[in-house]
Design a protein around this ligand. Structure first.
Ligand code: SF4
Length: 390
């Protein structure tokens, strides 16, 4: 391909991983790799310390197989006709290169995506061929996250699930109408939502022994938050539906920022705090037992930027009716600001031993006690009373 002219394989990989660096995927972390020092071959590669499901940390290479794309999504730097340096790999070449990096421990896992070149089906085949070579010819047993391309077929989705630890379909927008304002040639239901439904269907109907490691991959999606002037309510309505109906592991929200030389280049960037509030709200829906209707949306359907949605809910619902920390049920404890999922478990264990009577006891359990204090009772008394005794 002429795109690759003058670039060796490492230069192409650097370019493609650079171009992919802003796409959110796994949880970034730095505990095991506070200062990752890639070897000379991976210098400037965008290898991210990432946390795997289960807590293990690895160096994750995020890259595209090709940055060529025939589609014209309005927000995207890779859209057809945009003038920038592109690069491309063939599956065998890419797999050889990556497995070399994996053997030298410069990368331990991969998130592999692609521009659409030659249709979604052909592009998906290229991704599948790469993963198949990695797993079955080169014996790579590390983490693979594979993107499902718009328009991929069901058999391809099933094959991706057999090869990967995580699969993703980026919905980009919460519904058909909003997607039309971002990506007029993507079809929300047929091309994007249907593959997510197939993943769930296959997960439910086919034994996981078909997967490469005996476990079906997790599923994630991404939204471009604010790119289509959609509300947080629209984004979270779709997220909630996906949580319940396709076992979505996580929705990623990427605050819209304009890319030069795209149709949305003059649209204002979205405040990154909005992205943060969307994550907080999505965790309340997924992990904390909140219903969509309980979230503190404004009349315009957005989350207030100044306050954490859990705190805003508690100020309305718990400030006058604090919960007794020694008696509240698990699902109630989860609603108190400053108490996370681990904190709830610690409280349940600790109060079996003895009553929790002051904030210092909560602090010892890792609770953000000062944050929780206005919303709880400690053995029948307001925490503020207890605080005055400290
Ligand atoms: S199909 Fe993907 S890579 Fe191509 S323009 Fe759209 S978002 Fe960008």
């Amino acid at each position: 391909m002429f795109y690759n002219k003058g670039m060796d394989a490492i230069s192409r990989l650097k370019l493609l991983s650079d171009q992919m660096s802003l796409e959110p995927a796994e949880e970034h972390c730095s505990a095991r790799f506070p200062n990752p020092k890639p070897d000379s071959r991976s210098d400037q590669l965008f290898v991210h310390p990432a946390q795997m499901p289960g807590g293990r940390q690895i160096l994750l290479l995020k890259t595209l197989l090709t940055s060529a794309c025939e589609r014209d999504c309005f927000y995207c730097p890779f859209r057809a006709g945009r003038d920038f340096r592109r690069a491309t790999f063939k599956p065998q070449e890419f797999a050889n290169l990556f497995v070399g990096l994996a053997r030298s421990r410069a990368a331990e896992g991969i998130f592999l995506s692609s521009g659409v070149a030659g249709g979604g089906v052909r592009t998906q085949d290229q991704l599948l061929d790469t993963a198949d070579i990695l797993r079955h010819k080169l014996g790579f047993r590390g983490y693979i996250h594979l993107k499902i391309m718009p328009g991929a077929q069901k058999a391809q989705v099933e094959r991706a699930m057999q090869l990967a630890d995580r699969v993703s379909v980026n919905l980009e927008a919460p519904n058909t109408e909003r997607l039309a304002r971002l990506a007029p040639h993507k079809v929300f239901l047929e091309e994007l939502l249907t593959p997510l439904r197939w993943v769930e269907e296959i997960r439910r109907s086919t034994p996981p022994s078909k997967a490469w490691n005996g476990r079906w991959p997790s599923t994630v999606t991404q939204f471009v938050a604010g790119g289509a002037d959609e509300s947080d309510l629209e984004l979270l309505t779709t997220t909630s539906w996906l949580n319940k109906n396709v076992s979505l592991k996580r929705a990623y929200f990427s605050a819209f920022h304009p890319i030069p030389d795209t149709p949305l280049e003059n649209k204002a960037a979205v405040d990154p705090l909005r992205e943060h509030r969307l994550y907080q709200a999505s965790f309340l829906l997924r992990d904390y037992g909140f219903d969509l209707e309980e979230l503190p949306f404004t009349s315009a359907g957005n989350l207030p930027l100044p306050s954490d949605p859990k705190l805003a809910w508690a100020q309305i619902n718990l400030a006058e009716k604090p919960l007794e920390i020694n008696k509240a049920e698990r699902r109630e404890l989860l609603r108190i600001p400053g108490i996370g999922m681990k904190g709830v478990e610690s409280i349940l264990v600790a109060r079996r031993q003895s009553k929790l009577r002051d904030l210092s006891a909560l602090k010892k359990l890792g609770i953000l006690a000062d944050r929780a204090a206005p919303f709880l009772l400690l053995d029948g008394r307001r925490a503020s009373y207890q605080m005055s005794l400290l």
